[in-house]
Structures are given as C-alpha cells and as structure tokens.
Write a protein that binds this ligand. Structure first.
Ligand code: PEP
Length: 249
C-alpha cells in the first residue's frame, strides 16, 4: 500500500561537520506522524549518515547514481557502491540534474533499470517548467517524462518506485504550487499510471510533491487526497523545520 513519505534532499550542502550536527539535531526531534522519513546527504557523507541513523527511523538515500554497473566513468558513483554502504533508495531525475547535467529521459530510464536490478528503490522526479504551465502543456510534459522514464517497466516494478512531482518553477523559489494545483497534477499522474498499469498499481504508488514545501504550507498540501508526502529541499537543512513538515500529516 502507498505510504506517506517525507524526503529531505540536502543537495550540495553540508560538509562532514555540518552533517554530524544536522543529524544530531534530527535525532532529537520527535516524530508524531506515520511518515517514512528519508534524508539525502551528499555522496561523501552517506556512510557517516547511514551509520549514525541506524537505530532511528530515518532512511539515508542517495541523490543520484550512474547507469553503468562499473567502468571508466570518472567521478561517478554506481548502484553497487551505494548498496555496499547500505543505501537502498536513490533519487533520480531531479530537475537540477536534468537541467545542469543534461540528464535525458533515455539516460534516466537506464538509471531506473540499473537501480531496480540492484534492488535499490527509486524516487523518480519530474515536473514542468513555468513556460509549460503558462502555455497549458504541463500535463503533457509530465506524462511524457513518466512514460519515457518508467513505462518500459513491468507493473510489479512499481512496488519499488516512488514518484516526485516537482514543478521546476516552484523549486527553491519560495513559490509553491497551490494545494489544488498539486492535487490536480497528482490525480492526473495517478490516472496516467492507471491507464497503463491498472487502478491497483496506481493506488499503490506514493506520489510526493516537491517545490518550496515549508512548515507553514505542508499541512494543506499533504491534506490533498493524491499527495502522499514531499520531497523537501531548503527546509530539509533545518531539523525543526524538517520535522514540522514530517509531522504535518
Ligand atoms: C528540491 O530540491 O527537490 C526542492 C523541492 O527544493 P525546495 O524545497 O527548496 O524548493
């Protein structure tokens, strides 16, 4: 069954000292909701974060990985390397990776396959640009990203896939989609899944919203029927704010 999830994407923030401090602060927070909590520190801090949170209901996840199992890919990290330190979930297709590193739908489809073949769960991100929304193309853009990245999968694979709808115009801008805009898009995403894989699969997949979720807007966004949680950027760097969001369910 689908779960409520709040995942914090730390992006390229926090060296080892700051990571230690933030994890200590996170462990002091009280969780009152049933949400699955995840944090995604940088690669260099994954092992430390994993070790430090072993006894806590916080899953440490990766922000990215390469699609090859190994080889001459200087600077890259493989699924096997993530697994070797206990990581079992990876964020793929974040808009910053699509935009700054030209990650294509085709490359992402390969990454999805590699992750799932290594039993690593995928948080698959997608979302439209502002111009797409203004021109009314947001649904077709999102549909296309989902189809190209995921629709080669068998239905059974979706037990290890989490979707994250992140309108690009709302990421790090302080501008959020309204709860109604989020609900409309999440319902559309679920319908797109249902058309291909059936209602049972569609109902079983968690669909997170990402884009300037903060303690003051999380409750309203999470109250929407098809919103199963959030992928959080800026607010994930502050333990109290992050847990205010975790507890907004
Ligand atoms: C993100 O980076 O996925 C994100 C949603 O960032 P922010 O919460 O800062 O908008």
């Amino acid at each position: 069954m689908r779960k409520n999830i709040v995942a914090g994407n730390w992006k390229m923030n926090n060296g080892l000292i700051q990571t230690k401090t933030l994890i200590t602060e996170l462990k002091q927070q009280k969780q009152t909701s049933d949400a699955e909590v995840m944090i995604a520190p940088s690669f260099t801090n994954l092992w430390h974060a994993f070790e430090e949170t072993r006894q806590y209901p916080i899953e440490v996840v990766a922000q990215n990985m390469h699609f090859s199992d190994d080889g001459a890919y200087t600077g890259e990290i493989s699924a096997g390397m993530l697994k070797s330190i206990g990581i079992s979930t990876v964020i793929l297709g974040h808009s910053e990776r699509r935009t700054y590193y030209n990650e294509t739908d085709e490359a992402l489809a390969k990454k999805v396959d590699t992750a799932l073949s290594q039993e690593i769960r995928v948080i698959f991100c997608f979302g439209e640009e502002l111009a797409d929304r203004k021109s009314g193309k947001h649904e077709s853009i999102v549909e296309n990203q989902i189809k190209k990245g995921l629709f080669h999968l068998k239905a059974d694979a979706f037990k290890d896939v989490i979707l994250a709808y992140e309108p690009v115009w709302a990421i790090g801008t302080g501008e959020t989609a309204s709860p109604e805009q989020a609900q409309d898009m999440h319902a559309f995403i679920r319908k797109t899944l249902a058309n291909k894989y059936g209602q049972e699969v569609a109902n079983s997949v968690s669909i997170l919203y990402g884009g300037s979720v903060k303690p003051n807007n999380a409750k309203e966004i999470f109250s929407k029927t098809d919103v199963d949680g959030g992928l959080i950027g800026g607010a994930a760097l502050n333990a109290e704010d992050f847990y205010a969001i975790v507890n907004a369910f």
